[in-house]
Write a protein that binds this ligand. Sequence first.
Ligand code: PMP
Length: 247
Amino acid sequence: MSLNVEDLARANVRALTPYQSARRLGGNGDVWLNANEFPLPVPFELSQQTLNRYPECQPKQVIERYAAYAGLQPDQVLVSRGADEGIELLMRAFCEPGKDAILFCPPTYGMYSVSAETIGIEYRTVPALDNWQLNLPAIADKLDGVKLVYMCSPNNPTGNLINPDDIRQLLEMTAGKALLVADEAYIEFCPEATLAGWLKDYPHLVILRTLSKAFALAGLRCGFTLANKPVIDLLLKVIAPYPWQPQ
Ligand code: PMP
């Protein structure tokens, strides 16, 4: 009798190299550059001290206040366990495993591939150009069957912004075929570059945000997905019923 539970696991999970987070890699010292976190604690108090109840799935005040901060309507905001959960919810809502694909342009954030591999979705890569900008013709060549294009701006780890004219071209190219997911985890370091104002023109644009970076609240695990209501409504179908939220 084989007692090897590994044999029962999905082949893609057996083959998966998990995300090499700063905590998982370990190391010494107080400054964890590979986590991009603030080194000092910032004061934060929970207003709700009782933990016997499940939290609200989408706390009204958090949604309303973040919408006001982002210049959007509350129905254009979804709150999740970090932006990482937003990355994965989009794949679960829009990509059929074994059929659809995602695309991104390395070097960039490592969780796009880890989430795709975990779920069993093909990922295609189009390396960035020497100036770290998008290779639009190469992206156009690989778009067949792609449902989500992840674009990180400012990009992790290179720090550059993606040229807005190229983003517009990418939005034209993907219209009706795929969603363009703009990862704005670092947007507070150049707020004028946000694409939030573009949501009114592009139903297939999605923006990811987080409190982990500029707000120095990585331990809170609080991220946001910004999109038009039809996209948010689909994500609300697949999100966990009680994602931990500050109240
Ligand atoms: N996107 C990028 C580009 C990131 O660097 C990170 C955090 N390393 C995330 C998303 C995930 O952020 P969160 O802590 O909100 O899950």
